[in-house]
Design a protein around this ligand. Sequence first.
Ligand SMILES: N[C@@H](CCC(=O)N[C@@H](CS)C(=O)NCC(=O)O)C(=O)O
Length: 263
Amino acid sequence: MLALYHNDMSACAQKVRLCLAEKGLEWESRHMNLRAGEHQQEWYIKLNRRAVVPTLIHDDVAVQESNIINEYLDEQFPNPPLMPPNSLGRAQVRLWTIQLDEDIHDACIAILSFGIAFRYQYIERGEAGQKMLEQIPNIFKRERRRDVIDKGMDSMHFRIAVQRMEKLLNEMQLALSQHKWLVGDDYTIADAAFTPYITRLEHLNILGMIDSRPKVVDWYKRIKDRPSFEAGIVQWENADYLKLMKGNGAQAWPKVQAIVKSL
Ligand SMILES: N[C@@H](CCC(=O)N[C@@H](CS)C(=O)NCC(=O)O)C(=O)O
């Protein structure tokens, strides 16, 4: 039995749903409302000490961390394989995915999302929003988020996030100039892992960031043609979140462009 504690619009959950879809696996949905703080309740922290989604349940075990979950799924359900057959290929996949944990997720795409859109949900909630912020266990993540909620796109973390995203997109363009997918000529966990981050740019109405990288544009088109994109991302889209992101994103685009130009 497979079950997933996840959230409809969470990039880390999207990444695991893509992998489940690529493998054609059946799973039970245990959806968590992050803005209601469901992931910060005691029972869930026992399953996931960082108080984040996703968490995979496989029979009687719980597995945390989206990149680790995807590798776990690949080992437990090897067909079709989503990891290269050799050590070097697997090392290359991990060199891509480690970047998401190092900085792309929390310090980059989350900061862009909060700076452009989600900060308004926290501000609207007043004290309840403040309480949720205080309950984020990781101090670096908490303080960065506090700053971007307070200052929006004027936070220095917002500018750093745009700069880091530019570097990533350049690296993707280079890799995709050398082979069809991020690691070689087969689709791997690395492609699944980076999909939600490019989709987030689209949802935030700042997908123009990839326009000057034709290989990335082509990769994203091929990603969207795969049935897993529909099953892992599109079917779970939340109309309210999309409206918030798209609307604020349209206004944010000139500011993002100005930051890119100034780099
Ligand atoms: N490194 C973790 C990151 C998980 C993570 O940050 N999840 C976000 C959603 S994409 C979350 O649960 N956020 C809730 C919060 O930050 O309070 C993973 O890859 O699973």
